[in-house]
Design a binder for this molecule. Structure first.
Ligand code: FES
Length: 100
């Protein structure tokens, strides 16, 4: 479970899979989602296993989500904005021929 270490300087509302989520102004989308209890942001294209943010600095690509209709955005490098629409990219089936 995650908790904030400092007081927020204002709040915005984003929507994750259609659900309203309050976030601190200046949060990354990944931080806001983790604080709201979303641990899996997308699933592996190879195995369809759930994936969670790891590095939070733009290196691992484990935080890919759809933001305002654009897929494969790095949630850790994107700052929340009022009314932002975020969709987790959770595929149900592994990629064909992946051998898993
Ligand atoms: S959490 Fe690693 S690139 Fe976003």
């Amino acid at each position: 479970m995650f908790r904030r270490l400092r007081a927020a300087g204002g709040e915005v509302t984003i929507h994750v899979d259609g659900k309203p989520v309050r976030a601190a102004a200046g949060d990354s989308v990944a931080a806001a989602m983790l604080a709201a209890g979303f641990t899996a942001l997308h699933s592996s294209a190879v195995s369809a296993s759930p994936r969670a943010p790891h590095c939070m600095i733009g290196n691992c690509f484990e935080c890919l989500v759809e933001i305002d209709g654009l897929p494969d955005r790095q949630a850790c490098l994107t700052t929340v904005a009022e009314g932002m629409q975020v969709r987790r990219q959770m595929d149900e089936a592994p990629m064909e021929g992946a051998g898993v």
